[in-house]
Ligand binder design. Sequence first.
Ligand code: ADP
Ligand code: MG
Length: 389
Amino acid sequence: MSISTDAALAASAFQDVFGAAPSGVWSAPGRVNLIGEHTDYNEGFVLPFAIDRAAAVAIRRRDDNDDHTARLCSSYGDQQIVTVDLAALTQETMSGWSAYPLGVVWVMRQMGIDIGGFDLYLHSTVPSGAGLSSSAAIECAVATAFNDLESAGLTLNELVLVGQRAENEVVGAPTGILDQSASLLSTSGHAVFLDCRTQESKLVPLDLSTAGLLILVIDTNVSHAHATGGYSDRRASCELGAEVLGVRSLRDVAASELPETAGLLDEETFRRVRHIVTENQRVLDTVEALDQGGPTTIGDLLTASHLSMRDDFEISCPELDLAVESALMNGALGARMTGGGFGGSAIALIQISEENAVREAVVSAFAKAGYTAPDIFAVSPAAGACRIL
Ligand code: ADP
Ligand code: MG
């Protein structure tokens, strides 16, 4: 289904639930991180691209300025309407799925943007908890919508920070700017090379189909939980590493300096640091490879990234490892887990002609191992957040 079909679905469901037409529909995509994992909060480099699956939000502002009631409904889950008084909203009172859209509204209101009462209907095709950032898709769609509706004039980079603050301060997940940047800054057929220290970004051509390639997402259906999982432990290890090495962040350690850091860190912290430092270098190498040779030349970098996450950063899991191994054994040019880890999805870069063979091999490997069947689908590099209707 296309993004515009999903937007139309959101608009008609809005009409059914709230009994009127929305003022508009805004859409923001999920993302796949091609390479650069856990480097974002280390002020390093990442290379995500937006995918052709998105969160669409249909919104109508209430006419009465004194009415601060917000009503929210999503096509996912129990479809109950959540009703809140925006004037009484605090970080503590927001919970469940509505913390994502309301978190964004809360942050924008904190910034002095006078968002009044509204009705909102969310329809997302980004699978939740699969490592494709369904959460940032919601945040970015809502932030783009209110930026438009309130003529707030925030730049894309400012909207990135709005989404990040909602995720950090309201949802309580200590994530960086990767997800929101991909969702807001992408253009079709490109990846976004992002420097997480300066927030500078550059679009890098990722023309898969011309090269006869596609990227398969293999969603292991092993659910991850950023707010409670090992994510914060890894973050703490990186902070410890930076402190011991006397640098502002691990971004400031070059790959060539790694041997001399080994004696200064305990064995586990050294491996955590080594992942971040080598991963930053792999992102730079991937950007160069894409520029010079195109997507057929990046496979080994993707696979090297997976091995580093499996062995040094230890954020993979048996299902992700099996997805990567079975894709590689069946002709993938490269494969790696993507997203925060501990579950979620892997990606495999494959020849278009091998799609069925790789799909079948992965499905049968999972069945043989007794794992829940994975969901497998192709993604293509899509455009970032925008108004659809
Ligand atoms: P990810 O961003 O990797 O998909 P997160 O744990 O960060 O995983 O975000 C998933 C959460 O986002 C869900 O638990 C739910 O609260 C919310 N969410 C995702 N998709 C939807 C949706 N379609 N409707 C309502 N809430 C959603
Ligand atoms: Mg998320």
